[in-house]
Ligand binder design. Structure first.
Ligand code: GS8
Length: 218
């Protein structure tokens, strides 16, 4: 079992995408186990008995649940592509923005495609305000991590596979609203470790359509 790495994941999960990108950037081989979230595997239930959520990284038999696994990956495989800044102040700031992406951006991004009418309009407006704040934080740097990808980039880039969905349902273009943020995300996507870890925009759109139909908003 030495250094065996397994990822319990679901292809559409932005949290899972982060771990896939981090593992790819560091060149770690792992087994990808796709979960059916409406019929979770015994391995998932046993590995994350508290929340029963993906992603779970299982390293040499030990589970590391959900997004904390990102920092774990960076600490364990620290010889390549460091993601977390070593300076405590810089690290604290990056963690602040990661929390912002989790608490605000991801929740609003869900609202954009799971609601309609005034609700989607309000969510879209708030989402654009949030990504503008993120863009201001980026400034003129190529990446949030500076000259190379950092963990805020890894946390944010899953947004890329949703651009088409935003244009369709939120009726806005990330490129038009936030050109610098768009350029940063595209720059991340140009890296093979990122592009091969993210799903195709059309595949995301098709599933979103299916879910919207089930929710009765199509
Ligand atoms: C979120 C994990 C999560 O929401 C993290 O990783 O930081 N805060 C966690 N996982 C979802 C799939 S992604 O939308 C999940 O597993 N949902 C299944 C369920 O809630 O039953």
């Amino acid at each position: 079992m030495a250094d065996e790495v397994v990822l319990l994941d679901y292809w559409l999960s932005p949290y899972g995408m982060r771990l896939r990108i981090a593992l790819a950037l560091k060149g770690i081989e792992y087994e990808f186990k796709e979960e059916n979230l409406s019929n979770k595997s015994p391995l998932l239930l046993q590995s994350n008995p508290v929340h029963k959520k993906i992603p779970v990284l299982i390293h040499s038999g030990k589970p590391i649940c959900e997004s904390v696994a990102l920092q774990y990956i960076d600490e364990v495989w620290n010889d390549k592509a460091p993601l977390f800044p070593s300076d405590p102040y810089v690290r604290s700031q990056a963690k602040f923005w990661l929390d912002f992406v989790d608490k605000k951006v991801i929740l609003l991004w869900r609202k954009i495609w799971t609601t309609k009418g005034e609700e989607v309009e309000a969510a879209t407006k708030e989402f654009i305000d949030c990504i503008k704040l993120l863009e201001a934080e980026l400034g003129d740097k190529p990446f949030y991590g500076g000259e190379t990808l950092g963990f805020v980039d890894v946390a944010l880039v899953p947004i890329y596979s949703w651009f088409y969905v935003y244009e369709k349902f939120g009726n806005f273009s990330v490129e038009r609203e936030c050109p610098k943020l768009f350029a940063c995300v595209k720059r991340c996507f140009e890296k093979e470790s990122v592009s091969k870890s993210l799903p195709d925009q059309d595949k995301v759109y098709s599933l979103v359509m299916e879910i919207r139909t089930k929710l009765g908003i199509e």
